[in-house]
Design a protein around this ligand. Structure first.
Ligand code: GTP
Ligand code: MG
Length: 229
């Protein structure tokens, strides 16, 4: 886990109640707006870590694949209508052997980005199992988005865009194809999540509810890109 992860555990994240040594009492913490936990999920190798690095630093790690061990995270502040939303993004390990570690984090997540790899049919077929797990461990009202990553490698495509869209429709979740390599739709995915969470937190009775599907579609039209929501 990176240094940001350690700091956050110190401030009261999952595991903060375990006896891990010295920790500041809650009243001593500075009054900063709480970060919103967003979790990246999906099979090993679908591109979760690259997706996060693309969003955080605008960079892509090509070459040797280094699987994530356990869980790591990064913070990023995004602006939604002039309001700053601090996202705390948890990058989980897709490997089966770390599943019990990631289960512990589900209940605190406010949003889940569930990724598959469009060049891997197996990673797509496993999405149903991931959704079953999400329904078992996550909060009932968690925001979920399905993402078909590695859309830049169209020559090796094994999952049709329509199949991703149709699965997303079946579960009532928004869907996009993305590329952690080119950055396609990476920022949009996080911005849509941030906007949905901000609107939920500030929902006024007379204001129509924010529609994440419509938002994504409108943004895609503006950028001239492709949305299936
Ligand atoms: N072409 C292409 N390659 C990608 C993309 N995203 C990730 N990769 C490659 O896919 C491999 C796996 O990426 P990671 O981000 O490490 O995968 P992960 O989902 O974090 O895997 P775990 O940590 O094991 O769960 C790496 O070799 C990346 O370079 C993408 O959008 N396009
Ligand atoms: Mg990883």
């Amino acid at each position: 886990m990176g240094s940001e992860g350690l700091l956050w555990r110190w401030a009261g994240g999952p595991g903060a109640n375990q006896s891990e040594g010295l920790r500041a009492p809650r009243w001593a913490l500075p009054a900063v707006p709480p970060a919103t936990p967003v979790m990246l999920l999906g099979d090993s190798g679908v591109g979760k870590t690259c997706f996060l690095l693309q969003f955080k630093d605008g960079a892509f790690l090509s070459g040797t694949f280094i699987a994530t061990v356990g869980i790591d995270f990064r913070n990023k502040v995004v602006a939604v209508d002039g309001v700053k939303v601090k996202l705390q993004i948890w990058d989980t390990a897709g490997q089966e052997r770390f599943r019990s570690v990631t289960h512990a984090y589900y209940r605190d997540a406010q949003a889940l980005l569930l990724l598959y790899d469009i060049t891997s049919k197996m990673s797509f077929d496993n999405i149903r199992a991931w959704l079953t797990e999400i329904h078992e461990y996550a909060q009932k009202d968690v925001v979920i988005m399905l993402l078909g990553n590695k859309a830049d490698v169209s020559s090796e495509r094994m999952v049709r865009t329509e199949d991703g869209a149709s699965l997303a429709r079946e579960y009532g979740v928004p869907f996009m194809e993305t590329s952690a390599k080119t950055g396609m739709n990476v920022e949009l995915a996080f911005l849509a999540i941030a906007r949905e969470l901000k609107q939920r937190a500030m929902q006024l009775p007379d204001v129509p509810r924010f529609q994440i599907h419509d938002y994504i579609e409108a943004q895609q039209k503006r950028s001239g890109c492709c949305a299936f929501v």
